[in-house]
Design a protein around this ligand. Structure first.
Ligand code: PEP
Ligand code: MG
Length: 771
């Protein structure tokens, strides 16, 4: 229904001019207050208010429109005199009509004859000529425009000053009420899980959060996992027997998890399997077991005790702000299910059973995901589970495209229907029409062509258009990244982030563990250079088993080399492990976040002492090239001092950007200020390149800007010849750099450094590259 139908159907009462006494005003305000306190919801409150105003002011029409400033949209929310069916249906922009004019002016609009007003918008079907006079006042609270309160009459007359004053008084009275009612309305809708929206149509699109890349098109496979239901509280047996059955269940769970770890190690990787080490830890956690035991002692069954303690822990996890820790709740629930199963609870035959298609589930635990067969399950759609959930990590490793954050699964999805999942954008198309499928097919074809072009570049050395050789190496952290070194044609490892191995574990690795891990890296590098960076923990990287001081500002605190110098055995273990694999190829050593010369001297002394210790153990040891990361402004300013003391320089543009611009690299509120192409950062990089040249030392850059399509040509133009990046991006950078001559990139670098802001740099680069 549009506003025309609304107006035709209404039979407004002919109003009369009114003189309003102070008593009338007072009584009206008292009555409105009563409405506010006795109405049950937003609709009812607004309805009662417009009826009362129309009656007291003897007007034909009284309406309330609410304004959504995000959408710039006005919606009719309550009316006396117009057809009530138009409520929530009649909408307009603030630039439209007299109602919009009130919003624009934020002041009363009083018109004798609306049709003569330039803002009047005439629709033949509206038949609005029947209503002549109009008085609208804005609803404002705390300077926020909430909407418009309007009265209209068929009679053409000027509303009096008294009437305007009364309407303004009422408006100010009800603005507070409306803002509160809106809030309640919002909260109610937010918590009304049951009020699922209707399914839009047979073919529709939903938007979620992309958590594992790739495209999948197949049939829907619905999965509803049983929740942790409450088992019977009362134990049928004495506590000791309950304890014995708990013990058995725990043992069976442990051996099942060990099998799963083995299976995953073979199927995906050791690093992915390590996720389940945390599950073992839960089962051994004294705090957890003591709580379960206390319930059993009090007479509870073992199953009730386990599910109760898991639920208590889950509540605590949900209240944590940190998204990574929050996601660990899913691991705990997973363990709980496993133990309960061994205490007699039912378990499903895997989330998908034998079915094939795209799995739709509210939540997948890590075990659910680990049990998926990627040859059958082509994609995943879930409601819960962010990018850092273990289920997401596993989905990525298993190369199953996944989208999370999709709600109302039961309403939106029907088993066996067609669905297309885009794990790059988070889009989900239910019963996609031919048009959508064609677009995706075309995209896939051109993407495949581009990929095969990139594949052709794999074994071709990286050169500029005029033949200048550029070395591209890989940044590596996870074990599974090692295969990428050869796969994407990296010339060795320009940055091995040693802390990732610590983060994936639940116990501190020994020197032998580290040597074993580093040997794998050397094998994967196949004779090409490997730059091992010592631990860069702290900031936002804290393994649970290492103790960090609680700090207000961890990025400016005990991070990286500062932490290592406090915990020197950690550093020594690492240095010895690195030295032990040095004979396997070309090993270099890199120290992160050096900000004072003393730190460099100190770590070098420790390195020398580790070397001597190993020499005493016997055998030959090569001398390693030592480099430092330039990622703190003080190091850049004092660059000449440092450059004289190292064998090579490495620019950490990620941190350099955050420390130069004072912008937390992980803080979404200031992310618009974070750009490594900011001229301030570029000038520092240029200074470092010049410094390396002066000292005749090699220099590389290993931050994300090395693979930024707009960043890499600028860096080469500035004089860098070695870049390190995530290996899958190497072919793209090769392709990009092969399109321009060195002279062109030098010109580009010059333009970039002479631009005033990061935005201008990007705009100028864009213009240059597309010229
Ligand atoms: C950097 O800061 O640019 C860098 C490569 O180190 P990380 O991102 O690991 O801090
Ligand atoms: Mg860094």
């Amino acid at each position: 229904m549009d506003i025309g139908d609304v107006m035709e159907q209404q039979q407004p009462n002919r109003g009369t001019s009114a003189t309003i006494s102070q008593m009338d005003i007072l009584q009206t305000l008292i009555d409105i207050s009563r409405i506010i306190t006795t109405s049950h919801n937003l609709e009812e409150t607004l309805e009662n208010t417009v009826d009362l105003i129309a009656e007291r002011m003897t007007v034909d029409v009284c309406s309330i429109y609410l304004y959504d400033d995000q959408q710039d949209n006005l919606v009719l929310m309550a009316t006396h005199g117009l057809d009530k069916q138009a409520v929530r249906k009649v909408q307009m922009r603030a630039s439209e009509g007299l109602i919009g004019y009130v919003i624009e002016k934020r002041a009363p609009v009083n018109e004798v004859d609306v049709m003569k007003h330039p803002r009047f918008k005439y629709f033949p079907s509206i038949n609005e000529e029947r209503l002549a006079s109009f008085l609208g006042v804005p609803l404002i609270e705390h300077r926020k425009t909430l909407g418009v309160l309007a009265i209209q009459n068929q009679e053409s007359r000027q509303f009096t000053q008294e009437e305007t004053k009364l309407l303004l008084t009422i408006a100010s009275q009800i603005s507070g009420l409306i803002s509160k009612a809106l809030l309640v309305d919002l909260l109610q809708h937010a918590t009304d899980g049951e009020q699922a929206p209707a399914r839009p149509a047979d073919s529709f699109q939903l938007s979620g959060v992309p958590i594992a890349p790739g495209l999948a098109h197949s049939k829907i496979v619905l999965y509803t996992r049983a929740r942790l239901d409450e088992p019977d509280y009362r134990a049928e047996r004495p506590p000791d027997e309950e304890r014995a059955s708990l013990r058995r269940a725990l043992d069976e769970s442990v051996s099942e998890i060990l099998d799963l770890i083995q299976e995953l190690t073979d199927k995906v990787s050791e690093t992915d399997a390590a996720i389940f080490h945390a599950h073992l830890l839960f089962l051994e956690d004294r705090g957890f077991l003591n709580k379960v035991d206390a319930h059993i002692e009090a007479g509870a069954s073992a199953a009730w005790a386990v599910s109760q303690v898991v639920r208590d822990y889950l509540k605590a996890f949900q209240s944590i702000d940190d998204p990574y820790l929050k996601e660990r709740g899913a691991d705990l629930e997973d363990v709980g299910f496993r133990v309960l199963h061994h205490l007699g609870a039912e378990r499903e035959a895997g989330p998908a059973g034998d079915r094939e298609g795209i799995l739709v589930a509210e939540l997948l635990t890590p075990s659910d995901t680990a049990r998926l067969d990627p040859t059958k399950i082509k994609g995943i759609i879930t409601t819960i589970g962010g990018h850092v959930s273990h289920a997401a990590i596993l989905a990525r490793s298993m190369r199953i495209p996944a989208v999370s954050g999709i709600e109302h699964l039961r309403t939106m999805f029907v088993e066996g229907e067609d669905v297309l999942v885009d794990g790059e954008t988070g889009n989900v198309f239910v019963n996609p029409g031919d048009a959508v499928i064609n677009v995706y097919q075309r995209y896939e074809e051109s993407h495949a062509q581009f990929l095969s072009h990139l594949e052709d570049l794999r074994d071709v050395p990286c050169t500029t258009k005029d033949g200048q050789r550029i070395t591209l190496r890989a940044n590596v952290g996870l074990t599974q990244d090692l295969g990428d070194i050869g796969r994407y044609g990296a010339e060795g490892v320009g940055l091995f982030r040693t802390e990732v191995y610590y983060l994936m574990r639940n116990t501190r690795p020994t020197e032998d563990d580290l040597a074993g891990q580093y040997a794998k890296v050397m094998e994967a590098a196949a004779g090409q250079p490997v730059i091992f960076r010592t631990l860069d923990l702290g900031g936002d990287k804290f393994p649970s088993y290492l103790h960090f001081p609680k700090e207000e500002n961890p990025f400016l605190g005990c991070r990286s080399i500062r932490y290592q110098l406090r915990r020197q055995t950690l550093l020594r273990d690492q240095l010895k492990a690195i030295l032990r694999v040095a004979h396997m190829g070309q090993v270099k050593l890199l120290f992160p976040m050096i900000s004072h010369l003393d730190e460099l001297h100190h770590v070098k002394r420790i390195y020398n002492s580790c070397r001597e210790e190993l020499l005493e153990r016997g055998g030959e040891l090569p001398r390693l090239d030592i480099g430092m990361m330039f990622e703190v402004p003080s190091a850049v300013i004092m660059r000449d001092l440092f450059a004289g003391e190292v064998e090579f320089l490495s620019i950490g543009s990620n941190d350099l950007t955050q420390y130069v611009l004072a912008v937390d690299r992980n803080n979404p509120h200031v992310s618009h200020l974070y750009d490594p192409l900011d001229p301030a950062v570029l000038i520092m990089i240029q200074q470092l390149i010049a410094c390396a040249a002066k000292f005749g030392k090699p220099i590389e850059l290993c931050g994300e800007m090395a693979s930024d399509p707009e960043g890499c040509p600028v860096l080469v133009g500035m004089g860098l010849r070695e870049l390190s990046m995530n290996a899958p991006l190497i072919p793209l950078v090769k392709d990009r750099l092969s399109r321009y001559t060195l002279t062109e990139m030098e010109r580009l670098a010059d333009i970039a450094q002479h631009s005033t802001t990061a935005e201008n740099v990007r705009r100028n680069i864009h213009l240059f590259l597309h010229d």
